[in-house]
Design a protein around this ligand. Sequence first.
Ligand code: SF4
Length: 336
Amino acid sequence: MPPSTSISALKPRRFSERYGVRSAWKIGASASAGAGIVIARAALAPDGCSRYSPIMAEKSAPGRASSAKSSGGKSSRAPKPAKAPPAIPYSPADVEEIFRRLHVQRPNPTSELEHYDPFTFLVAVVLSAQMTDVGVNRATRRLFPLADTPAAMAALEPERIFELIGNVSFARTKSGNLVKLSRRLVEEHGGVVPRSIEALIALPGVGPKTARVVLNTCFGEKYLGVDTHIFRIGNRLKIAPGRTPDEVERNFLAIIPKPYLAPAHHLLLLHGRYVCKARKPDCPACVIADLCRADEKWNSEPAPLIRLPDHPPGLQGTPQAKGELPRTDGEAEASV
Ligand code: SF4
């Protein structure tokens, strides 16, 4: 920084520049920004599928967790009741129609991170924090030929992994985490990626969002890992507004029709990445333009509802055959 430039002179990034929306919706003055929000068990699981766990609640609400610890593990405060979802300018029929159309466009939505199996997908998602999918794919094309199993990854030195994935952000930290999580998989899970959110979160370098994305993509579990695209859509369209990814996820899960819960993560992510983009939404290419209530909408004529061509072979319909990784051109927008 030049000596004449003070920190206070630097222009901060506005909310709209960061997230592509004019403002986060006011969804209630009681949203506890400083203390972390209260994560409740999902109330909308008619199938009995619990999407939140006490471990996730502790991780998302550090103030609550620490106060419980200091009082011998028991909180003297009564648990807060789960907040009701905010009112949104869409009827249930509107929401159903939005997801129906997105699903017609992409009947088999999936990740653009190249992988062979749950372990290689877990590795790719760990590497994807603050990275584009294309950048991660470049790194894993060097890494996976040497190590595509937990045992092989655990046998590598972090320094060797760092040499292979040097193009990704925080490569040194991620290299160490890959070795540690691979060792834990070998020692505690028989070399298999566990299908439990608690077990996944316990692995080094794996947070709640990574765990949810892995469970959703590899095992079809009904989770929503809220990334920058899903966060933007929730707030911009006012369909699942929230100040934090946890709030947006909770509000999305409260309204997504049951048949679309499993594909919703990738439907929303791909719509945000390719159509409802951060800087300027591509409204003429949007199949839900007539239903959308975004202030940023600049066209109300919906695009023809046709199935889009699949991504290049291998990028959709994963897992892919080993040794047949495709080329990708151009940089996709960072998803995290
Ligand atoms: S109409 Fe425009 S703002 Fe609304 S969802 Fe489509 S692309 Fe986004």
